[in-house]
Design a protein around this ligand. Structure first.
Ligand SMILES: Nc1ncnc2c1ncn2[C@@H]1O[C@H](COP(=O)(O)OP(=O)(O)OP(=O)(O)O)[C@@H](O)[C@H]1O
Ligand SMILES: [Mg+2]
Length: 409
């Protein structure tokens, strides 16, 4: 199979402080950093160079879809800009076969003073589409973008979402063999994002090669058969998307894992440890929104406590309590397994009810009469996944409906 993209020994070095002419905030910030470093007495060249990409090798077969993941500043956008020939590599080579369409960071390609319609023609021309072809496809492009009656408004009056929708619509209707897309899902509503993903899937199916950068790992999993993980400008992993995303997530949450606490000598009951992990026994640090997870609590009981109960709650970082589960071990005085002395491991499996984000897990233990353990934020957990996915597991609140006849107006 022929490769649509071939990259060998690619490196891209930025000289901090040289980017100011292009006037972006990032460049201005970089410039400030460079000056601060120079004041520190190091020579300009050591201090002010950033290798945004280093030793990157990559081959993408025609018709494949490649996802690129990595932290902020990992070099993802830089790689796309090199592939799109918007920027030159410092060392190495990058080859693409066929026409390349790209949707890079919002802000590239559109002229603020021109109307949406004028920008469609301009943008499509830049991407190599003849005017007659654009005219024939204008309705499709406008339909897809959903900007409708704003077509003849200068795009400087557009919201960033409208701007992006139109830019994506153009990129998606150009006859490109290779489509490069940088983080389109950051802007735009859920409906539009679904359409973008659908369109990219269609393009992929029709033999186009798609390279897609996103922090939305669910979208990457859905769209891309292979993925590339960039870390500090270098390739950390490449291969099957599920494997690469798993490796990336495992490293992205290094503070996951069992946490231990010292025994409280003044209390008959102590929290000794807590762990939050995937329910299927997978390794820690890979909690995904759509999978159940387990909170495992180690409790030390020094002397028998009748009616001992344990509760685990989950709250958002700003204190909104979302889940509360009590073990309600036994009848008030019954000698349940928890009540006796020893070290007990108690596991609570929670269904996938929460949206992606960070949460605190709190542990309470005690009886009806007293609190013996209260550890607020005993563990912190992060659920990865898509915010866009419909919350298809809403709690049924069991509210009471009533219907009465309304008085006629
Ligand atoms: N024009 C520039 N001048 C100087 N440094 C730059 C320039 N563009 C990018 N960089 C630097 O290169 C590195 C890689 O940036 P890049 O934008 O490719 O990262 P990214 O992976 O796309 O990050 P994000 O997820 O935040 O979009 C960063 O250290 C960044 O500061
Ligand atoms: Mg980027």
């Amino acid at each position: 199979m022929t490769n649509a993209i071939e990259v060998e020994g690619l490196g891209k070095r930025y000289r901090l402080g040289e980017g100011l002419a292009s006037g972006t905030l990032r460049d201005a910030v970089s410039d400030g950093v460079a000056r601060a470093l120079r004041r520190g007495g190091r020579s300009r060249d050591e201090a002010a160079d950033v290798w945004a990409l280093r030793d990157v090798d990559l081959a993408v077969p025609q018709g494949a879809s490649l996802g690129i993941v990595g932290r902020n500043g990992a070099g993802k956008s830089t790689l796309l800009k090199v592939l799109a020939r918007i920027t030159e590599p410092t060392v190495g080579v990058s080859r693409t076969r066929g026409a390349v369409g790209s949707l890079l960071e919002v802000g590239t390609g559109f002229h603020p003073e021109l109307t949406g319609r004028e920008n469609v023609f301009l943008n499509a021309a830049v991407l190599g589409m003849p005017r007659a072809v654009v005219a024939a496809r204008l309705d499709d492009i406008v339909d897809f973008s959903g900007i409708g009656r704003f077509l003849d408004t200068p795009v400087k009056r557009y919201s960033s979402g409208m701007y992006l929708r139109l830019a994506f619509a153009v990129a998606a209707h150009v006859d490109a063999d290779v489509l490069l897309v940088d983080e389109v899902l950051a802007v735009g509503d859920a409906e539009f994002q679904r359409r973008c993903l659908g369109r990219m899937e269609d393009l992929g199916r029709s033999g186009r090669t798609v390279v897609f950068i996103s922090h939305n790992l669910d979208a990457v999993l859905r769209l891309c058969s292979t993925a590339l993980w960039l870390d500090g400008g270098r390739v950390r992993g490449v291969g099957r998307t599920a494997d690469v995303v798993d490796d990336y997530l495992r490293e992205a949450t290094p503070d996951a894992g069992r946490r231990s606490f010292a025994e409280d000598p003044d209390s008959p009951v102590s929290l000794l440890g807590i762990d939050v992990r995937e329910a299927d026994g997978g390794s820690a640090g890979r909690l995904r929104r759509e999978e159940p997870f387990v909170v495992e609590v180690d409790l030390g009981v020094r002397e028998r406590v009748p009616g001992l109960d344990l509760a685990v709650s989950v709250e958002t970082l700003n204190g909104v309590r979302l889940l509360d589960e009590a073990l309600s071990d036994t009848a008030q005085s019954g000698p349940g397994p928890l009540a006796g002395p020893g070290r007990h491991r108690v596991s609570l499996t929670l269904p996938p009810l929460l949206m992606p984000g960070e949460y605190l897990v709190n542990v309470w233990a005690g009886t009806t009469y007293e609190t013996l353990v209260w550890e607020h934020g005993a563990a912190r957990l992060r659920l990865e996944g898509s915010h866009q996915a419909r919350p298809d597991r809403l709690l049924a609140a069991q509210g009471v409906w009533t219907v009465t006849a309304a008085a006629p107006r």
